[in-house]
Design a protein around this ligand. Structure first.
Ligand code: ADP
Ligand code: MG
Length: 231
C-alpha cells in the first residue's frame, strides 16, 4: 500500500487533521472500496473537460481543507447534464462558499460521476481509546441520524461479523427487497466493510473514516462521499 501511506504520511507531515476528498477517495480506492470516477478541476473550462471525459450527468463539489460538510455551504450540486450547467454550477459553488465561509481555502472543484439514486448506506469507523478502531454500519438518512439505527464491531472484523452487522440493524428489511424494489447486493456491502476494516487496521493514524453515503444496487455499490480524519 505504497501510495496510501504516502498520502497519509504527507498529510500528517503537513500537520493536517483531515484528508481532502480527492485524497480520501484515492486511499479508499486502493483498498478496493468502489469509488465513483472523479477529477479535480481548477476552473470552469477544466470542469467541462472532465465532465465530458467522465460522461454526463456529473456532480460538482467544493474541495477545501476548511470545509467538512459540503452541502451545508452550498458546496454540492448534483445531476449536471451539459457544459452550460457544469459552468454555471462551478461558478455558483465558488460563490456559495465565499458567501458562507469567506476565508475558506479553495483547492478546486471535484467533478464526479453521478451515481444513479438508490438505497443509501453509511459505513464508518471511529477510534475507541481502549479498543482501537471500530466499524459502523447503517442505512442512510433518518435511520442513522434520527433513529441511531447502527451496528458496531471492533476491527478487524471477520466476514461473519460483517454479515451480522448488516442483518442486525432494524432497517435491514429495506435491503432485502420491498414493494417494487429489488434486493440489494449484500455481498458488495460485506466486501466494503471488510476493506474498511483492513484500511483502518493497517493505518492507525486514521482517527475517523466516513463513507456517507454509499449507493447500493442490486449488483454492486458506489461510494459518493469519503471522509478521513487523522489523529
Ligand atoms: P456532504 O459533505 O454534504 O456530506 P456529499 O458529497 O455527501 O456532501 O453530497 C451530498 C449528497 O449529495 C449526498 O448525500 C448524495 O445524496 C448526493 N450526492 C453527492 N455526490 C453524488 C454522486 N456522485 N452521485 C449521486 N449523488 C451524489
Ligand atoms: Mg456526505
Amino acid at each position: 500500500m505504497e501510495e496510501t501511506s504516502c498520502i497519509l504520511l504527507q498529510a500528517c507531515k503537513e500537520g493536517r487533521k483531515a484528508l481532502l476528498e480527492t485524497e480520501a477517495n484515492a486511499v479508499c480506492r486502493e483498498y478496493g472500496i468502489p469509488i465513483t470516477r472523479f477529477e479535480l478541476s481548477k476552473n470552469e473550462n477544466e470542469s467541462v473537460k472532465y465532465a465530458e471525459k467522465i460522461g454526463y450527468p456529473v456532480v460538482l463539489k467544493i474541495v477545501s481543507p476548511d470545509i467538512i460538510h459540503k452541502s451545508d455551504v452550498g458546496g454540492v450540486i448534483v445531476d449536471l447534464r451539459n457544459a452550460d450547467e457544469v459552468k454555471a454550477a462551478h461558478k455558483r459553488i465558488i460563490e456559495n462558499v465565499r458567501k458562507h465561509k469567506h476565508a475558506a481555502r479553495i483547492v478546486g472543484i471535484l467533478v464526479q460521476e453521478m451515481a444513479p439514486p438508490s438505497t443509501e448506506i453509511i459505513i464508518g469507523s471511529t477510534k475507541d481509546p481502549q479498543f482501537g478502531p471500530a466499524i459502523m454500519f447503517g442505512l442512510g438518512g433518518v435511520f442513522v441520524e434520527i433513529m441511531k439505527d447502527v451496528a458496531f464491531r471492533i476491527a478487524p472484523i471477520t466476514e461473519e461479523e460483517a454479515s451480522e452487522m448488516i442483518t442486525e440493524v432494524r432497517a435491514y428489511p429495506l435491503l432485502t427487497g420491498y414493494r417494487n424494489s429489488p434486493p440489494a447486493d449484500i455481498a458488495a456491502i460485506i466486501k466494503i466493510l471488510l476493506n474498511v476494516s483492513k484500511l483502518v487496521t493497517e493505518n492507525q493514524e486514521i482517527k475517523e473514516l466516513d463513507l456517507n453515503p454509499v449507493m447500493i444496487y442490486p449488483k454492486g455499490a458506489k461510494t459518493v462521499d469519503a471522509r478521513i480524519i487523522l489523529e
